[in-house]
Design a protein around this ligand. Structure first.
Ligand SMILES: C[S@@+](CC[C@H](N)C(=O)[O-])C[C@H]1O[C@@H](n2cnc3c(N)ncnc32)[C@H](O)[C@@H]1O
Length: 205
């Protein structure tokens, strides 16, 4: 018996070209700055759920080493054309690197992982980081889970994100901040951005 395909992964597979066209040119440099400031000049970045490869391209152009992956084979193909290097077809849930990366960039991608799966995925990401590493992630600002236009979303505010981190016990926040969507006509949508480092969240955080 074949398992039902995950609808969110199917969404990106079917809409890969449209998604790449809509997102490849978005200028994300203001989000890169606090992340890149914490990585050595020749550092190795994992772009997790890389989509078009827009951010991997920017990191490569700045001289960083980049490994990129995405769960959609079509997206992986398009990103590998953009980057001129192979991109892994992999899901967050199967991530199994150990102490490999100086940093992980998970822009608008972890938000598709179910709440019940996020603790295991965050532990996998923490294991993939070297000592002193950093993880960037962004979620739609809100609370709870929803299914919207064919995709699953896990939304967070600062309090619910800290609660998840506290329960997970492997990553602590360096900084949490809110930004507005950069796509035309969507500036009323807010994003919760977080920089994390391996460590346990204390009750004062
Ligand atoms: C909203 S897009 C963001 C893409 C890119 N990071 C960006 O900022 O433009 C979400 C991406 O996550 C990927 N994705 C969704 N679920 C995933 C999973 N379980 N494992 C890995 N990638 C996943 C999708 O295929 C899609 O490319």
């Amino acid at each position: 018996m074949t398992a039902n395909p995950d609808p969110t992964r199917q969404f990106y597979e079917v809409n890969a070209e449209t998604f790449v066209t809509e997102t490849r040119a978005i200028d994300m440099h203001s989000l890169y700055a606090p992340f890149l400031a914490r990585i050595p000049a020749d550092g190795h970045i994992l772009d997790a759920g890389c989509g078009s490869g827009r951010d991997s391209r920017a990191f490569l152009d700045l001289g960083f080493r980049v490994t990129a992956f995405d769960a959609s084979p079509r997206m992986v193909h398009l990103a590998s054309l953009e980057l001129g290097q192979s991109v892994h077809c992999l899901s967050f849930q199967a991530l199994d690197w150990r102490c490999e990366f100086d940093a992980i960039w998970a822009c608008a991608s972890l938000l598709h992982v179910k709440m019940t799966e996020l603790p295991d995925v965050l532990r996998r990401m923490a294991r993939a980081l070297r000592a002193g590493g950093v993880l960037y992630a962004s979620f739609k600002y809100g609370q709870g889970e929803r299914f919207h236009h064919g995709r699953h979303f896990s939304d967070f505010n600062a309090a619910s994100l800290k609660s998840l981190l506290h329960d997970t016990g492997v990553l602590a926040p360096i900084e949490i901040w809110i930004t507005h969507d950069r796509r035309p006509g969507r500036s009323d949508e807010q994003w919760l951005n977080v920089l994390l480092s391996p460590g346990v969240l204390s009750h004062q955080d």
